[in-house]
Design a protein around this ligand. Structure first.
Ligand code: RP5
Length: 275
């Protein structure tokens, strides 16, 4: 099975959500793969409810009211109409997570984020991805973060890239290719049965001269940054579903006529997809 198909299968079963222990979360109820779907009966399913004190505090500006019946906005999702359980709690579109409540997430239902993927071909014509090291988990990630009220996806992307690695809009203006390549569920360890992250991924491929001259520095949620090669090993070790969405972006670029990748890079990428 290709690395892409393997990550796709893990993603559909939101395995990172179900199996990565978040530092402040209680243990999750064990959900077998064949009982993840809400459509499959699972009478024994009694997950612990966990709401971090900060999200239940009515003074927290980015948090919803303690119970979803007091929310005034319509809950939306890139994954379709939001479904509610008999008690009025929104249900995770990817199925049971092993934990109910909101965890550390501010919003009931979808919590929207944006990620900004930057790639380039370096002086040896090898494909490189600009990544951060997350302060919270120490894992490699695509830079990104939660959307602020009334921000467009591009505004969030630009703000997050500036805060986390000091990328400027001038750097981004030099892109050979820029595309919004993904909108949907993020398989993130903070997700619960009633609150989850959804992300939009914008991919920019920069010429080597632009990438080499960027004045990068890590800040905010990032403790470091690295340009890394795309290999099966690096892809496997990304935070949440970032390895999976990275491959979606690379597949899109591989088939785009806007970027001319050399034969070696094309062959390396094709292997990731078994094409
Ligand atoms: C991920 O969490 C999203 O893809 C996005 O990168 C990130 C947003 O959370 P913070 O980085 O703001 O913690 O699932």
């Amino acid at each position: 099975m290709s690395i892409f198909n393997s990550l796709l299968s893990d993603y559909k079963l939101h395995k990172k959500t179900r199996t990565t222990k978040h530092s402040s979360y209680p243990a999750r109820f064990l959900v077998p793969d064949d009982q993840v779907s809400w459509k499959t009966g699972f009478p024994a399913y009694h997950p612990v409810s966990f709401n971090a004190p900060i999200v239940m505090d009515v003074a927290t500006p980015w948090a919803d009211p303690p119970f979803p019946d007091k929310i005034s906005r319509k809950l939306t999702s890139f994954e379709g109409e939001v479904v509610f359980n008999e008690n009025g709690f929104p249900l995770n579109p990817f199925g049971r997570s092993g934990l109910s409540g909101r965890g550390v997430l501010g919003k009931w239902g979808a919590n929207f984020a944006v990620d900004g993927l930057i790639t380039t071909c370096d002086e040896t014509h090898s494909l490189k991805v600009l990544t951060i090291v997350r302060k919270d988990t120490g894992e490699t990630a695509i830079p990104g973060g939660m959307t602020d009220p009334n921000e467009s996806v591009y505004e969030t992307r630009n703000r997050e890239l500036a805060e986390e690695i000091a990328v400027t809009t001038k750097d981004l203006a030099g892109a050979l290719y820029e595309k919004l390549v993904f909108r949907g569920y993020a398989d993130d360890p903070r997700n619960t049965d009633n609150a989850w992250i959804e992300t939009s991924l914008i991919h920019s491929h920069l010429p080597h001269e632009v990438a080499a001259n960027m004045m990068l520095s890590a800040g905010d949620d990032a403790k470091d940054y690295h340009w890394i090669a795309v290999t099966i090993d690096t892809i496997k070790h990304f935070y949440a579903s970032h390895g999976f969405v990275l491959l979606i972006a690379l597949k899109e670029m591989l088939h785009s006529s806007a970027v001319l990748l050399n034969d070696r890079v094309q062959q390396e990428l094709l292997k990731l997809f078994d094409e």
